[in-house]
Design a protein around this ligand. Structure first.
Ligand code: NAP
Length: 446
């Protein structure tokens, strides 16, 4: 490893012990940004990357609520306000039992680069709670969301910090959070994105991350004269991002053969068609069903406790969660002829898996580039809210496609190696960094 990267990481590790995912995310960025700053010394002199790796503010709070048995439950809520150099903090809320400071700091750090890549004016943030909505009644979810917002409202606002959904936070949760914010503040403003479409939400927002990752994959494939037509595709996850990735893959003529959840994956060699996808969407509505029920209904295989990467396919979209695709999985995918991996989830591939993909010179896109469609349409939702106006489905979809193309071209600009190989990871890191770094330089030491 580059000596100055090692020295930088030693300082970050000393300040953030016991935060492995955060350190993993910073290391992945430092590997490409530190060498870049050595040829652009103004960024080093003003310690831009050191400052980006330190949250502007961390808010941590108690979330007490009453369950359906009348018992008191206590969760821990967080909001990480990571960087506001180019706009109000923006990033989702995650409700999952694995949520802690480390996980949210990694997500907030990634979000800074991702939001910059969209070209829209959005800083980076992330939040959530160690609350698991699975198995909870609607009443319990509402009480939890109301208690969470009763503290969070002090720290957010349409021009300050605009949260959205993530794992465990969908339209239902955003609705309850928004209702409580409106009640406490007495104002109807665009404080959250992912709202219902009759009350300020943008068309295409639910679809945006999944559609966006497919648009990005199409641009990558086009650099090699390829498309999705006739390709066999592996998808992990069965939530929001996974579902709309499946939908777009189907419309592009690909055959999707797997989906998963935390209990295992289904393998349907005939492919998941539109009708089967509707079944999955109904099954997963409000987190009520499990993916194994698909295997029972359609008579296909279910692999308990396993991930889909051992199935032979051309393209993989890891769309569930962090570190779900490791070095061994990467080698299996490569041995089976996989030509493209595009991340719908945040940091789903381990560093060793990414190294294997880049050594094999296949197409690999990091989530901060390929899954930016969700936050991009959230940015468009903010614009529509400010204008008190809404765009048609076609208008939003066209803007989403333009934004994904823009991100792709930034990755090509900053990531093309001497031999012509496009290192999307390097391109996304540098492309995302430059805009934020220049804004920080212009704004002084703050
Ligand atoms: P979601 O609707 O809650 O779905 C999450 C899916 O991932 C579920 O199928 C879930 O299975 C699975 N999953 C979660 N934790 C898992 C674990 N530890 N092991 C195996 N499977 C697991 O969430 P989502 O919005 O689709 O988000 C999925 C990923 O995309 C996350 O990394 C998120 O940060 C990223 N992302 C989302 C957006 C967005 O707009 N929503 C935008 C950019 C990036 P269970 O139901 O069994 O937990």
């Amino acid at each position: 490893m580059h000596a100055s990267v090692t020295a930088f990481m030693e300082r970050i590790k000393a300040r953030n012990p016991h935060e492995p995912e955060f350190l993993q995310a910073v290391q992945e960025v430092a590997d490409t940004i530190i060498p870049f700053t050595e040829v652009h010394p103004k960024y080093r002199k003003f310690k831009i990357l050191e400052r980006i790796a330190e949250p502007e503010r961390v808010i941590m709070f108690r979330v007490p609520w009453l369950n359906d048995q009348g018992e008191v439950e206590i969760n821990r809520g967080f909001r990480i306000q990571m960087n506001s150099a180019i706009g109000p903090y923006k990033g989702g809320l995650r409700f999952h039992s694995s949520v802690n400071l480390n996980i949210l700091k990694f997500l907030a750090f990634e979000q800074v680069f991702k939001n910059s890549l969209t070209g829209l004016s959005m800083g980076g943030g992330k939040g959530g709670a160690d609350f698991d909505p699975k198995g909870k009644s609607d009443n319990e979810i509402m009480k939890f969301c109301q208690s969470f917002m009763t503290e969070l409202y002090r720290h957010v606002g349409a021009d300050i910090d605009v949260p959205a959904g993530d794992i465990g936070v969908g339209a239902r949760e955003v609705g309850y959070l928004f209702g409580q914010y409106k009640r406490i503040r007495g104002e109807f403003t665009g404080v959250l994105t992912g709202k219902g479409q009759d009350w300020g939400g943008s068309l295409i927002r639910p679809e945006a991350t999944g559609y966006g990752v497919v648009y990005f994959a199409l641009d990558m494939l086009a650099t090699r004269g390829e498309s999705l037509k006739g390709k066999t595709v592996l998808i992990s996850g069965s939530g929001n991002v996974a579902q709309y990735t499946v939908e777009k893959c189907i419309s592009e003529g690909a055959k999707v053969v797997t989906m998963s959840d935390s209990e295992g994956f289904i393998y349907d060699p005939n492919g998941i068609d539109q009708e089967k996808l509707i079944y999955i969407q109904e099954l997963k509505e409000g987190n009520r069903g499990r993916i194994k029920e698909y295997a029972q209904k359609y008579g296909c295989a279910f692999y308990p406790g396993e991930r889909p990467w051992k199935i032979k396919a051309d393209i993989a979209f890891p769309n569930a969660t962090q570190n779900e695709l490791d070095e061994q999985d990467a080698k299996t995918l490569l041995a089976n002829g996989c030509i493209c991996v595009a991340e719908g989830a945040n940091m789903p591939c381990t560093p060793q898996a990414i190294l294997a993909f880049s050594q094999a010179k296949i197409l690999y896109a990091p989530g901060k580039a390929s899954n930016a469609g969700g936050v991009a349409v959230s940015g468009l939702e903010m614009s529509q809210n400010s204008q008190r106006y809404s765009w048609s489905r076609e208008e939003v979809d066209a803007k989403l496609q333009q934004i994904m193309k823009r991100i792709h071209s930034i990755c090509v600009k900053y990531g093309t190696e001497k031999d012509g190989y496009i290192n999307y990871e390097k391109g996304a890191n540098i492309g995302g960094f430059v805009k934020v770094a220049d804004a920080m330089l212009a704004q002084g030491i703050v």
